[in-house]
Design a protein around this ligand. Structure first.
Ligand code: PHE
Length: 461
């Protein structure tokens, strides 16, 4: 028989049927050798060879064969069983021959204790258990069939007693070990569950993009920032003072009809005398003209992107919430020329250098004069005829598209913010973003901006 190390390195080289053959051959050898070891000296040699040189040699053989070929676990166990049973057989035979089998039981007890102590995982545990209690080949059966049956009548009661003691000890050891291996198993299972498989592909989170409205906001902001405007934002919940009065829209002014909005229901004030200030959702971004001028002295050059509200029934061109960018420039020497030049610069940056602008007289209570800016239709080149022939669907043949309202700031507004109307002048404009985005990107329903259908949003990455 080779040394334990040679034996193990031999095992590494073998595979499949060869390995199976090897294990069975090895166990047969162990059995044959054990059966011949009748003298004390021979027994010592046997035990040394099989179990002494390398602690748990048999277990190593078992683990290696098992790990190599799990599907062949049955024969691995079979091989192991023979390997382990060899010393058990030796003790049993020795007990049959001996006058007093006490020593044989001592050996068996020691042997089984060692095996159980080393049965440290479920496969090993199962193997030892079947080695002990297997009906055909188990040690328990062997003791009963040989030691007990063949014992001379005068020592039979004692053999029975030793056997019972050994059995209850072994059962107890199994029970303890089972608890430990079971909890070990729980831990192993938990570890297996939590194990991170680094070879798996990662979780792919789709990268989002800015909403088209936000993209248009940014495009417009960039244009105005490049000519010295700064970006400010204001509250969507406003007081009537900022939304109307300070913008020169007193109560009962007919303009308020177009700017009906949502009012907030406020909890009753604890102070009975004080009438609660009603709050509303702003109908335009113009209140920020007032808030900005209240806070700072001229020169003022701001744009205000934001969401606004009106009591409108939703359809393809109306929504109760939409978006605007307010613009305001106030200084000591701002002329109507600065105003139209600025607007023209913006429109050309946004739609391209070939578009033309025009303005028509209009009316807003907070600008004087007030204008409506139009742009020559960028889609038909200002002809009113589509490239493919027929009327241009964008401008409906008008050649011009109405863009936004604007004007020179009405001097009355300066009165509300303590600006000297004799010294300062300026212009303001309010661009409807949704309409602009619809025009530029050929969208025919304003509602798609608010439905957040990814099939729509994905078209504008
Ligand atoms: N606030 C106006 C509206 O919403 C637009 C506007 C803004 C007009 C600034 C003139 C100056 O209709």
């Amino acid at each position: 028989m080779e040394s334990a190390h040679e034996l193990i390195s031999d095992l590494e080289k073998l595979s499949g049927p060869q390995l199976q053959h090897f294990v069975i051959e090895l166990s047969d050898k162990a059995r044959a050798e054990a059966q011949q070891s009748y003298s004390n000296e021979q027994q010592d040699q046997f035990l040394q060879k099989w179990y002494g040189r390398e602690p748990g040699l048999a277990w190593i053989v078992f683990d290696k064969t098992y790990a190599k070929d799990r599907s062949a676990a049955a024969w691995a166990r079979y091989g192991l069983q023979n390997l382990f049973k060899a010393p058990a057989d030796l003790y049993i035979n020795y007990g049959i021959l001996a006058e007093d089998p006490e020593e044989a039981f001592d050996h068996l007890r020691y042997f089984l204790k060692t095996l159980i102590a080393r049965a440290n995982h479920p496969e090993r545990f199962a193997a030892v258990r079947s080695l002990w209690e297997s009906r055909n080949q188990g040690i328990k059966t062997a003791i009963r069939e040989h030691l007990l049956k063949n014992a001379k009548p005068d020592i039979k009661p004692r053999v029975g007693q030793y056997f019972n003691q050994l059995s209850s000890l072994v059962e107890e050891l199994f029970a303890q070990k089972q608890l430990i291996t079971e909890t070990d198993g729980v831990e192993e299972a938990a570890l297996a569950r939590e194990r991170v498989d680094l070879s798996l592909p990662g979780v792919i989170r789709p990268v989002g993009s800015h909403h088209l409205i936000r993209q248009v906001f940014q495009e417009i902001e960039d244009i105005f920032v490049s000519i010295g405007f700064s970006v400010v934002e204001g509250p969507e919940i406003e007081t009537p003072y900022y939304n109307f009065e300070a913008l020169n829209i007193p109560e009962f002014h007919p303009v308020r009809d177009d700017m009906d909005t949502f009012y907030l229901e406020l909890p009753p004030s604890s102070d009975k005398k004080a009438a609660p200030t009603p709050l509303l959702l702003r109908t335009h971004t113009s209140p920020m003209q007032i808030r900005t001028m209240e806070k700072q002295k001229p020169p003022v050059r701001v744009i205000v992107p934001g969401k606004v509200y009106r009591r409108d029934n939703p359809d393809a061109t109306h929504s109760f919430a939409f978006h605007q960018i307010e613009g305001l420039a106030v200084d000591t020497d701002i002329t109507f020329c600065d105003f139209t030049g600025t607007i023209e610069y913006f429109v050309k940056q946004f739609f391209g250098p070939s578009v033309k602008t025009r303005f028509r007289p209009s009316y807003f209570p907070f600008t004087e004069p007030s204008v409506e800016f139009d742009v020559s239709c960028p889609f038909c080149g200002g002809t009113g005829t589509a490239a493919a022939g027929g009327t241009c669907t964008k401008c409906k043949g008008a050649a011009w598209i109405e863009l936004f309202g604007a004007g020179m700031v009405d001097p009355a507004v300066y009165g509300f913010v303590n600006y000297d109307a004799k010294k300062v002048s300026g212009f303001a404009f309010g661009i409807g973003i949704d309409r602009l985005a619809m025009l530029k990107y050929g969208i025919d329903d304003i509602q798609v901006f608010f439905q957040n259908d990814v099939r729509f949003l994905r078209q504008f990455p």
